[in-house]
Design a protein around this ligand. Structure first.
Ligand code: HEM
Length: 419
């Protein structure tokens, strides 16, 4: 079957502005007209959009070998070579080495290493004054990332410098890739600043891992012996703002969902890890931090019944596929109970961490850390979202409330950290 839709003519037919401005509306409008799989034109490239759960499954699990990852042309300069850009045997061997660092045993060690960071953060957390939820959790997740991937000995001053560089580097990911500087560097484009931030971050990471590296930093270094710089480049990827932003996004969604009166019963689950896992998974399903992912077809193939020619860009929409009513009843409702009932066998149909062989290496680590942070929150605090705020979400560049939504956290009398 031919993919329905219109890709228009080069440049004139480009729909990038509409997509980046109102992504949900862009996707929903075309899905209504053409169906779950349709053609459009983004960054002036003919692009097939996959929005159903079945189509995403077909791309990521069944046909994945006929696609390359679609990030190299946009992100390579900002990260240099790493597993995200590799293909074939080089990808396979790097992936195998890295995977072993994030198995169950290593994640248990990670939890131990980051315990003090999380505890210290929550010790100073409750002010009874409203705080901006997303920003607060981004700060926690940034500290966590630095402790986990670099060293928990990093001083507050160094952490601050690293956090600022992460922000500058992130702006490169979301800006037009134009590397321009004015005379004597009096002026620099955002992208050019991001490239400078990358170099500074790499230098700081190199210094830290020479002196007091975290267990993970040492293991990453050790598994990249053939290419001495590969460890450093992977640490750059892991310490980049992508991961703290994703953590903050999911924590924010958890806090907002659990503040609703109809979800009161889930706030009583802090001693039950399997219920907490279901709550975290449900937030991940409804509010994936990244709207989806991109691929480029390397060999003509068929995805969910549609012919995809070599060279075609393909975007899978985790946000819509996670809300596909063919798999999830009441798809827009927060219902953690679905994971022990009708959707018990569907955990792999949540595409928040991608799927198939190129699924996120950090899925188990992230989910475990999120569960432990949620547990700490529920055991030590109650919270209320400040009334009459605009709670509508945006989904780009990272899924979160459009406005700086605020909530007040109050320490419970039974809290273990209250002393
Ligand atoms: C909530 C946190 C996170 C989210 C939402 C997330 C999301 C994703 C997604 C969607 C992909 C697949 C991209 C695609 O299909 O095109 C991915 C890949 C990847 N993630 Fe994560 N990630 C998270 C945390 C982490 C962490 C903590 C690590 C590091 C340990 C990590 C390392 C990676 C790597 C290395 C890949 C590339 C895998 C490959 O190409 O084979 N991620 N992530």
């Amino acid at each position: 079957m031919q993919v329905p839709g219109r890709a228009g003519v080069s440049l004139l037919g480009d729909e990038s502005i509409e997509f980046y401005k109102t992504p949900r509306e862009y996707l929903e409008k075309r899905r209504k007209t053409y169906g779950d799989v349709f053609l459009g034109r983004i960054i002036n490239k003919r692009t097939v959009f996959l929005t159903s759960n079945k189509a995403v499954q077909s791309l990521l699990n069944d046909e994945w070998q006929h696609f390359s990852m679609g990030y190299k042309e946009f992100m390579y300069e900002l990260f240099d070579d790493n597993v995200l850009f590799l293909e074939g045997d080089a990808w396979h061997s790097m992936r195998k080495s890295l995977e072993s660092l994030f198995d169950h045993e290593s994640v248990a060690r990670c939890l131990e290493e980051t315990k003090s960071v999380v505890e210290e953060f929550f010790r100073n957390f409750s002010t009874n004054e409203p705080v901006v939820v997303y920003k607060t959790f981004k700060l926690l997740a940034t500290r966590l990332s630095i402790a986990l991937f670099l060293s928990h000995h990093t001083s507050p001053e160094d952490s601050q410098v690293i956090a600022e560089l992460m922000t500058l580097h992130w702006r490169g990911i979301i800006s037009v890739p134009v590397n321009m500087r004015g005379p004597w560097s009096l002026w620099q484009s955002g992208y050019s600043k991001a490239l400078s931030a990358k170099d500074r971050l790499k230098a700081i990471i190199a210094d830290i891992i020479k002196s007091r590296p975290s267990a993970i930093a040492s293991s990453i270094e050790a598994c990249c012996t053939e290419d001495k710089e590969a460890g450093l480049r992977h640490l750059l990827l892991f310490v980049s703002a992508l991961i703290p932003k994703a953590f903050a996004s999911i924590l924010t969604s958890l806090v907002l969902e659990l503040s609703k009166p109809e979800n009161a019963r889930w706030r009583e689950c802090s001693n039950d890890d399997s219920l907490l896992d279901n709550i975290v998974l449900e937030a991940q399903r409804l509010w994936p931090p990244f709207i989806g992912g991109r691929r480029v077809c390397t060999k003509d193939c068929v995805v969910a019944g549609y012919r995809i020619p070599e060279g075609m860009s393909v975007v899978y929409c985790a946000y819509l596929a996670n809300r596909d009513s063919a798999v999830f009843s009441e798809p827009d409702s927060f219902k953690p109970e679905r994971w022990s009932q009708q959707n018990a066998g569907d955990r792999e149909k949540v595409w928040t961490f991608g799927g198939g062989p190129r699924q996120c290496i950090g899925r188990y680590l992230s989910t475990t850390l999120l569960r432990e942070m949620l547990k700490k929150l529920l055991q030590n605090f109650t919270w209320e979202v400040v009334p009459e705020q605009d709670l509508r979400y945006k989904v780009l560049p990272v899924c979160r409330p459009k406005e700086d939504v605020m909530a007040t956290f109050t320490r419970t009398s039974s809290s273990s950290d209250s002393s």
